[in-house]
Design a binder for this molecule. Sequence first.
Ligand SMILES: Cc1cc2nc3c(=O)[nH]c(=O)nc-3n(C[C@H](O)[C@H](O)[C@H](O)COP(=O)(O)OP(=O)(O)OC[C@H]3O[C@@H](n4cnc5c(N)ncnc54)[C@H](O)[C@@H]3O)c2cc1C
Length: 270
Amino acid sequence: MTELAVDDRPIAPESAFYNAVLTRRVDQTESLAFFWVAYTGEPVAFEPGQYLTIGVESNGKLVQRPYSVASSPRETADGYEFYVRLVNGGTFTPLLWRLPEGHGMSMKGPKGKFVLEPQDDRTHVYISTGTGIAPFVSMMQTTRIDGDPRRTVVLHGVSYESDLGYRELLEGWQASGEYPTVYIATVSRPNAPENAGWTGRAGRVEAIVDDVYDELGLTTDDSIAYICGNPDMILAVEQTLLARGFPEPQIKKELYWPKGKEPRGTTAAL
Ligand SMILES: Cc1cc2nc3c(=O)[nH]c(=O)nc-3n(C[C@H](O)[C@H](O)[C@H](O)COP(=O)(O)OP(=O)(O)OC[C@H]3O[C@@H](n4cnc5c(N)ncnc54)[C@H](O)[C@@H]3O)c2cc1C
């Protein structure tokens, strides 16, 4: 396991930037967690798939980053749910990891065009790596609550089985039929000791896309793809789908960072 860089930057307990509160936090692993942030005033409306920008003040400056909302706009009692990976040596996430529940935060938005088409009865193929599954959870929760679930295939790629966020929810929906979904998870490091008990698919998610489309008979006539997360994965999947004849408007993309970029934090990455 990578040793985490020490982050001792100050975090302002009070700030004119703060218009929200970290209401709740649940850790999934050492570097993956769910955070709920609520505006201190009225909640804002958003569309599933959109993002909000959250931040804290450090050294007199607002340090902030955008995050897809994982919860539904129909359920905002605890605030908006975010699913975040701690980037070792990153600028914002090491500050977020140190925040206690109840701490003030800045929150702005919503923004973003990575949203569902209205009234689309094609099979929705949601392809993601890591925390890129977040907007799809919001989309599925919302269409479920609205009584308008869409036929869905969820492909989620992670390094380790323990990184499969929302696995229970999605497996539960698949098993009960409450949401018409096929949930396909894959681990990219099948031989790692952490994956010793894993019996599912192996390999990066981009490497299984062709097989899954063949197995499920997904065609350009009856499916639309939404891809989110790591830019290398997104560009590789896009190439695969273009080669299968999908026109660009049928391949929707949300890149979490520009291709080829490294963490730019002030703390040295180990
Ligand atoms: C529209 C949008 C929505 C986003 N939604 C989410 C979300 O729901 N959950 C989430 O965890 N992140 C999300 N991100 C990424 C997030 O905004 C930050 O870039 C990320 O949390 C790192 O911030 P940082 O300041 O700690 O790192 P920085 O110092 O800004 O370093 C950024 C670098 O860290 C690496 N990096 C960034 N994100 C990850 C990651 N998830 N896994 C591995 N390496 C990464 C990349 O090399 C990137 O260039 C989203 C980004 C965008 C543009």
